[in-house]
Design a protein around this ligand. Structure first.
Ligand SMILES: Nc1ncnc2c1ncn2[C@@H]1O[C@H](COP(=O)(O)OP(=O)(O)OP(=O)(O)O)[C@@H](O)[C@H]1O
Length: 581
C-alpha cells in the first residue's frame, strides 16, 4: 500500500524510538515460547522414560521466573515506547496538516466546513496513533509468534503440524473478505463523523443566529439526522465486524480439534509422545490466537487507512496560489499599485471583474465604490493574492506580484475588513497581532490614532482586557477600531480599509477619518466604503458597475460627469465640497 510507505517515511524522525519499541515487542514475543517448552519438558520428565530431579525442577522454576520477569520488562518497553513514538508522530502530523492548510489559497476553504477540517486534523490523525502504538506492535509480535510457533510445531511433529495448518487458508480467506466488505464501512464512518463535526461547529458559531431566529427546533432536527446517521453507520460497521470475529475464532478453533483428535490418536497408538501432544496443545494456543489477532488487525489498519486517506487528501491538495521557485523578496516597497487589464471569476460561468485597469501612486488615497456585490472586495483579495486573476497582471512597484514571495507581498499590506476577526486574547495582543514585538507605547499610539484609546482605558483591565472568542465582549465599532489600530501599528506601505468604519457612529467615523487623513501621504491607502462621505477626500475614485470600471476621477470630476457616482451621491445627499463634509 502506497500510504504505508508514505507513513513510514513521514515517521522518519521517530524511527529510533520505534526501533526500541520493536525490540521490546520481539523480546515479549519470543519469551512467550518459553512456557510451552518448559511444560513440554516437564511432562516428558514426568512420563515413563523421564526422570525429574529436584535440580531439574529448580532449573525450570528459575528459567520460567526469569522469562516472565524479562517478558514484563520487554512488554513495558514496547508499550511505553510505542506510545511515545506515536504521540510524538501524531502532533507532528497534525502540525504538517495545519501548515499545509495555512499554505492553501482561500479557494480551497470555499467549499469546506471548518468542523470537517478539524475532524480530519484531530480525529483522523489520531487514527495514526492507533496504527503506531497498537496495530504495528500487534502486527510484529503476532507475526513473530505465529512464525516461531510454526517452527516449533514442525520440530515436534511435522505431520501433525501440517494438519493443524488446514484452517489457515480459511482464516486468510475470511480476512480478505472482511477487508473488502467491512473496511469501507469504517471509511464511511470517518467521513460521517467529519460531517457531524462540520454541522456542530457551524451551529456553535451561529448560536446567536439560531436563538435570534428561534430555529432551535429546526437545528435540533438537523442534528438528530446527523447523529442518527453517525450511529447507523457505526452500528452497521460494528455489526459486520462482530460477524467476522466469531467466524475467525471458529475456524481457528478447528486447529485445536485436529490436535486433540489426531494427537490423541497417535499418542494412544504410541506413535507420538504424550509430552509432545501436551506441548502441541500449549503451542497451538499461542498459534491461533495471534493468527486471529492478525486477522483482526486488518480492521484496525483499514480504519487507519480511512483516516490517513482523509489526511493525505489535505496534504495533496494543490494551492491555486503558488509561489514560483524564483519568487523574489520585496524589501523596499513604495506602494505603487497597478492593475493591468485584470479579469477574474470565482466560478467559471460567472465573471466578477472584467478588464480592470488602474494605477495608484505611492502615498495616494484611492477609493473603490459601486453597488453591492460589484467586485470591490475581490479587487483587494487579488492584490493580497488570496486568488490569482484569470487574465491580466497586478503589479506592485512595477513587479508582477506573482513573482514575489507571498510573505513579502503580504508584509507590505495591512487590511481592515468590515467583519473584524479578533483572536481570543487581550486588546493589546490583538492590536499587536501583526507586530508581536511592538512596545506598549507603540500599541497605545496606534490605539490613539484609531480613536480607540478612550474606550480601551474605560475597560476594567484597559489594554489587558480579554476580548473573548472572536471579540464577543466588544461592540462592532470597538472591534473595528482595534482592527484599525492593528493595521496602523504595522506601518506597512499599503493600508486597505474595506468598510472599515461601517460599524461606528458618524462622529467616531470622522475622528478616525481624520487619523487616516494624517496617514495619507506616508502610505498608499485603498478605501472601500458605501458611505461616500468616507471616500470623497480620496485622490482618485474608481466606480465599478457589473464588474467593470465605469468611471474614474476625483469626487468633483465624477460629480460633473453626472454618471453612476453622481447618482449614488444624490441618494446619499452628498454635495460637491469634500472639505465641508
Ligand atoms: N469566495 C467567493 N466565491 C464565490 N463567489 C464569490 C466569493 N466572494 C465573492 N463572490 C461573489 O463575487 C461577487 C463580488 O463580490 P465582492 O465581495 O467582491 O463584492 P463587493 O463589491 O465587495 O460587495 P459589497 O459591497 O457587498 O461588500 C459577488 O457576486 C459575490 O457573490
Amino acid at each position: 500500500m502506497g500510504f504505508t510507505r508514505r507513513l513510514i517515511l513521514m515517521a522518519r524522525k521517530h524511527w529510533g524510538t520505534l526501533l526500541i519499541a520493536i525490540m521490546g515487542i520481539i523480546g515479549t514475543s519470543l519469551l512467550n515460547l518459553v512456557t510451552p517448552e518448559i511444560v513440554r519438558r516437564l511432562t516428558a520428565s514426568l512420563g515413563s522414560g523421564g526422570q525429574l530431579t529436584d535440580q531439574l525442577l529448580l532449573t525450570y522454576v528459575i528459567v520460567l521466573t526469569a522469562a516472565y520477569l524479562l517478558r514484563a520488562i520487554c512488554r513495558f518497553i514496547s508499550m511505553a515506547i510505542s506510545h511515545v513514538a506515536a504521540w510524538r508522530f501524531v502532533p507532528d502530523l497534525t502540525l504538517t496538516v495545519y501548515d499545509k492548510l495555512q499554505s492553501l489559497s482561500l479557494k480551497y476553504f470555499q467549499d469546506k466546513q471548518t468542523g470537517e477540517l478539524m475532524s480530519r486534523m484531530v480525529n483522523d490523525t489520531r487514527q495514526i496513533e492507533l496504527l503506531v502504538a497498537h496495530a504495528l506492535p500487534d502486527l510484529i509480535s503476532n507475526s513473530l509468534v505465529v512464525l516461531s510457533v510454526a517452527v516449533m510445531l514442525f520440530v515436534i511433529n511435522g505431520k501433525l503440524a501440517l494438519l493443524t495448518l488446514i484452517p489457515v487458508p480459511f482464516v486468510v480467506f475470511v480476512s480478505t473478505l472482511f477487508s473488502k466488505k467491512v473496511a469501507p464501512l469504517f471509511r464511511i464512518n470517518q467521513q460521517v463523523l467529519g460531517e457531524l463535526n462540520g454541522v456542530l461547529q457551524d451551529n456553535l458559531s451561529g448560536m446567536r443566529e439560531i436563538q435570534t431566529f428561534a430555529q432551535e427546533q429546526t437545528e435540533h432536527e438537523k442534528m438528530v439526522k446527523h447523529c442518527e446517521r453517525y450511529s447507523k453507520v457505526n452500528i452497521h460497521a460494528n455489526y459486520a465486524a462482530a460477524l467476522y470475529h466469531p467466524g475467525v475464532e471458529f475456524v481457528t478453533s478447528l486447529g485445536t480439534v485436529i490436535v486433540v483428535g489426531f494427537g490423541g490418536y497417535m499418542a494412544s497408538r504410541g506413535t507420538m509422545e504424550v509430552a509432545d501432544v501436551v506441548g502441541f496443545v500449549m503451542y497451538l494456543s499461542l498459534f491461533y490466537q495471534p493468527l486471529a489477532v492478525l486477522a483482526r488487525l486488518v480492521e484496525d489498519v483499514q480504519t487507519t487507512y480511512a483516516g490517513a486517506v482523509r489526511v493525505f487528501d489535505i496534504l495533496d491538495a494543490q494551492s491555486d496560489v503558488t509561489e514560483g521557485a524564483d519568487a523574489q523578496e520585496l524589501t523596499q516597497c513604495e506602494g505603487r499599485i497597478t492593475f493591468d487589464h485584470v479579469s477574474f471569476c470565482y466560478e467559471e460561468t460567472e465573471p466578477v471583474l472584467q478588464d480592470i485597469s488602474f494605477e495608484v501612486q505611492p502615498g495616494k488615497m484611492f477609493a473603490i465604490v459601486g453597488p453591492t456585490g460589484v467586485g470591490k472586495t475581490t479587487i483587494l483579495s487579488l492584490l493580497e493574492r488570496f486568488y490569482d486573476p484569470q487574465s491580466g497582471r497586478i503589479l506592485l512597484d512595477g513587479q508582477d506580484i506573482r513573482h514575489l514571495t507571498l510573505h513579502s507581498l503580504r508584509n507590505q499590506i495591512s487590511m481592515v475588513l468590515q467583519d473584524t476577526f479578533l483572536f481570543n486574547g487581550t486588546i493589546a495582543e490583538n492590536i499587536a497581532y501583526g507586530m508581536p514585538n511592538a512596545s506598549r507605547d507603540d500599541i497605545v499610539e496606534a490605539a490613539t490614532s484609531a480613536n480607540a484609546l478612550s474606550f480601551i482605558l474605560s475597560m476594567p483591565a484597559g489594554f489587558d482586557t480579554l476580548v473573548g472568542e472572536r471579540g464577543v465582549r466588544l461592540s462592532g465599532g470597538q472591534k473595528q477600531r482595534i482592527a484599525i489600530a492593528r493595521a496602523i501599528l504595522r506601518r506597512t506601505p499599503i493600508l486597505i480599509l474595506d468598510e472599515a468604519t461601517s460599524a461606528v457612529d458618524t462622529e467616531t467615523e470622522s475622528e478616525i477619518q481624520a487619523a487616516i487623513d494624517q496617514l495619507a501621504g506616508s502610505r498608499t491607502i485603498l478605501v472601500i466604503a458605501h458611505r461616500l462621505s468616507t471616500v470623497m477626500r480620496a485622490d482618485e475614485i474608481l466606480v465599478l458597475e457589473d464588474g467593470r470600471a465605469v468611471q474614474r476621477g476625483t469626487h468633483e470630476e465624477l460629480l460633473r460627469q453626472n454618471g453612476l457616482y453622481a447618482k449614488l451621491c444624490h441618494i446619499q445627499q452628498i454635495g460637491g465640497d469634500p472639505q465641508k463634509s
